[in-house]
Design a protein. Structure first.
Length: 276
């Protein structure tokens, strides 16, 4: 059994958060199995109805089941966020490691380019890109990747610079290892634990960003269910039908807290000085 697995099993906070996160993901992936109603079906006799046996979390302004839309909306929100973080991490890691291994003029050019991108406020750049390409979840996906890979590139470049000067890298070069082999066999395994922590904590940030953009009407479009867009739809009824805002907001909050605390737990587990 891996030492990291032993540490994870001993860490109660990690295990609780991991189980909660897993259940949440299973619930949204298999929403078609667990959701009580079709998220698009309109029950005109139950418009803006509070919680009941038929509709556990009530209905919206069109008579649609809020619980069902939350479950289906989670598939849109969570899968989009996971895809954004994974693609950004892959692109950023490759560019960051390549920059560190190249050194010299190439490294300087890449770093100045990254500095230029980071000089723009992230949200402003995202809104500008969406304004050009149009609204929708896919365009938000592209815009967030464009603005997110930079932080991963800088991180991996910084960590890789400290690894490249190590003795085992020099020995690998003497043994005939080329740059590609050094990248995937020596550098990547050493930065992967730290990268996992960064990615886990970044999930919460990207979820909030996606929800914020959908709240502004730039993300999901009707009738597609999505947590941020559900908040946008519920705004006109915030004083009379609280459940249209409370439940989507609460589910976003729970997921962000889970991702952030899970990242903290992972950081402790993967820390060589960890003791528990």
């Amino acid at each position: 059994m891996s030492i990291y697995l032993k540490r994870a099993l001993k860490n109660k906070q990690f295990m609780i958060l991991f189980v909660l996160g897993t259940l949440m993901i299973i619930g949204v992936i298999f929403a078609n199995k667990f959701a009580p109603h079709d998220p698009y079906k309109q029950y005109y006799d139950h418009i803006l109805e509070n919680s009941s046996a038929m509709f556990p979390l009530g209905t919206d302004q069109l008579g649609r089941c809020v619980l069902s839309r939350l479950m289906y909306g989670g598939k849109t929100s969570l899968l989009t966020v996971f895809a954004i973080v994974i693609v950004s991490a892959v692109i950023g890691s490759f560019i960051g490691i390549a920059s560190a291994m190249s050194g010299g003029v190439v490294d300087s050019i890449i770093m100045r380019f990254l500095d230029t991108l980071m000089a723009f406020p992230g949200m402003v750049l995202i809104i500008a890109l969406v304004s050009v390409f149009g609204v929708g979840v896919f365009n938000i996906f592209i815009a967030l990747i464009v603005t997110s890979w930079v932080s991963y590139a800088r991180f991996t470049r910084s960590v890789s610079m400290s690894i490249i000067g190590s003795d085992f890298i020099h020995e690998a070069r003497l043994g005939g290892a080329n740059n590609f082999k050094i990248m995937y066999a020596y550098i990547l395994p050493n930065i992967l634990p730290q990268m996992l922590v960064l990615m886990t904590q970044d999930l919460g940030d990207k979820l909030l960003t996606l929800a914020s953009l959908s709240l502004l009407g730039l993300g999901a479009q009707p009738p597609q269910p999505e947590w941020g867009f559900m908040l946008s739809e519920g705004k006109p009824f915030m004083q009379t039908c609280y459940w249209l805002l409370i439940y989507p907001g609460l589910i976003i909050l729970i997921n962000v807290v889970i991702f952030n605390l899970l990242g903290d737990s992972l950081r402790d587990i993967l820390d060589p000085k960890y003791e528990n």
